[in-house]
Design a protein around this ligand. Structure first.
Ligand code: SF4
Ligand code: SF4
Length: 136
């Protein structure tokens, strides 16, 4: 069993597809919807956490993509210029999901992208503008 987060972007014509139902029923995948921006008749975006057998998740993602829906792992949509980080810790104060933490021994920033919920609060919190998140 694996657990992995994906960002989905779908066009207006795919907005009424019951793809989450098929992921559960046909691919035995547990779904946790962590963020949704869905506007009737317009583009929509979702952050989903998928849990299941690796093979089922890979096939479920292919099923989604076959319906003209972009589906990419969350970590591919997060751009963090780690090499420029000064470990000031500002971003950890706003990351309620616990994705950004300070290592208490080295006092270096640690970023676990698989805990990110795309709240985007770290973007304005970083004085060096080191975060970009491509959700929409
Ligand atoms: S967007 Fe930034 S602040 Fe929000 S959960 Fe992800 S890493 Fe943390
Ligand atoms: S706020 Fe920016 S510079 Fe400071 S620890 Fe976070 S990423 Fe690094």
């Amino acid at each position: 069993m694996i657990k992995k987060r994906y960002i989905l972007n779908f066009p207006p014509e795919s907005g009424d597809k019951a793809f989450t139902y098929h992921l559960v029923k046909d691919y035995d995948i547990r779904i946790n919807i962590l963020k949704a921006e869905v506007f009737p008749g317009k583009r929509g975006s979702l952050l989903l956490e998928l849990q299941g057998k690796r093979n089922n998740i890979e096939n479920g993602v292919k099923y989604i993509q076959s319906h003209k829906i972009t589906c990419e792992p969350l970590d591919k949509r997060i751009h963090f210029k780690e090499e420029n980080c000064i470990d000031c810790g500002n971003c950890t104060a706003v990351c309620f999901a616990g994705a950004l933490t300070m290592n208490r021994e080295s006092w270096k920033l640690e970023f676990d992208k698989n805990k990110c919920v795309v709240c985007e609060l770290c973007i304005p919190a970083c004085p060096l503008n080191l975060f970009e998140i491509d959700f929409r």
